[in-house]
Design a protein around this ligand. Structure first.
Ligand code: SF4
Length: 349
């Protein structure tokens, strides 16, 4: 897929922007000074496919905790700091590889300069961003759309950094509304050379966030916009990472991943399609097996509808037929269906 070319920068040992892969990130839900919990959360997410993790830095204890966390983290760490330049400088001195901070929130010019100098000294990237909940007051009163306000707010932040010859920038523009978010990122993609961090803010609990985030981010990803994504959820970070992987895979931006095709079931179904599909996908996903597998409810339509899959199974009365590329290869009882499919999957790896 053709992707918008942005300026490449580094976050620790990871490249962002340019034509590099779209990075997956999430944010720790524990207080950062709860060091062991945070390290466990980061490394669990890394195992599941996160490329970056962010932690909130609210006080000096959190900034100090960064030192230990960075040493034991399997992936680069981002510190989220809002108003306090001193905490940003402390987090960078303690080894954090990127900070998320809006320089416009720091009123003192000398502090901004000190933050930028520290970022240069430590080779730290800065994400600046506009959020619909915290748009700059001067911008908020302008008679322009929310998307334009978000972009203008971000531009003001970017200019502050550029004034100090700082260009290791990542930009985000988050609204909780899908239309505004899409419009803002399209505009930003035309205006800014910097990598874009995509996300729908305050996206809700898992079920709601999945729909809202996919609806908001997929159009952008399919247009080649976006260098890193976070699927925000009122829930755990592991689910955010899993959702990001699945979304990127469905957009053709994440290889080495399974594709599950399963029918919605109907009155013709006489087997437990849901259970079998769920178990097979869990097996494939845990092992990142890049096969397309179809689990269908009936032999009438199943093999035809699932013929694009590498391997498929379609139910009858208490039994299944297994097919490859739409061609029937064997019949199995419902009780043997899962084990037989796993053997077939393993033979195709
Ligand atoms: S594949 Fe068969 S069981 Fe599944 S929805 Fe289609 S017709 Fe119904």
């Amino acid at each position: 897929m053709k992707r918008e070319k942005t300026r490449q920068t580094t976050i620790g040992n990871v490249f962002i922007g340019g034509q590099n892969k779209v990075l997956i990130q999430s944010m720790c839900k524990h207080k950062t000074s709860d060091i062991n919990s945070v390290i466990n959360e980061i490394n669990e997410c890394a195992k599941m496919g996160a490329d970056l993790m962010r932690v909130a830095v609210l006080d000096e204890q959190d900034a100090l905790a960064i030192k230990t966390i960075v040493q034991q983290s399997d992936i680069p760490l981002i510190a989220d700091i809002h108003f306090d330049g001193r905490l940003a400088i402390a987090a960078m001195a303690n080894g954090v590889q990127k900070i998320r901070l809006n320089p416009g929130n720091i009123k003192d010019e000398n502090t901004i300069k000190a933050v930028v100098e520290a970022a240069k000294k430590h080779g730290v990237a800065i994400r600046v961003g506009a959020n619909s909940g915290s748009i700059n007051d001067e911008v908020d009163i302008l008679p322009i759309s929310l998307a334009e306000k978000l972009v203008l707010s971000a531009q003001k932040q970017i200019k502050i950094l550029e004034k100090y010859n700082f260009f290791e920038i990542v930009v985000s523009l988050k609204a909780s509304g899908i239309k505004e978010t899409i419009a803002a990122y399209r505009l930003a993609s035309e205006l800014f050379p910097y990598p874009l961090h995509l996300g729908i803010t305050e996206a809700g609990p898992k079920d709601i966030s999945l729909v809202r985030s996919a609806a908001g981010l997929a159009p952008l990803l399919l247009e080649g916009i976006g260098d890193t994504i976070r699927i925000s959820m009122t829930g755990n970070a592991r689910d955010e990472v899993l959702a990001a992987k699945r979304l990127l895979h469905d957009c053709g931006l994440f290889d080495n991943y399974p594709t599950l095709i399963s029918c919605p079931t109907c009155g013709r179904t006489q087997v437990d399609v849901h259970q079998l599909a769920t178990k097979i996908f869990a097996y494939l996903e845990e092992r990142s097996i890049p096969l397309a597998v179809a689990v269908m409810g009936c032999v009438v339509n199943g093999p035809g509808e699932g013929k694009s899959a590498d391997l498929g199974i379609a139910g009858g009365k208490g039994q299944y037929v297994i097919f490859k590329k739409g061609q029937l290869i064997k019949k199995v009882s419902e009780a043997d269906a899962y084990d037989t499919m796993i053997k077939e999957i393993e033979s195709m790896r």
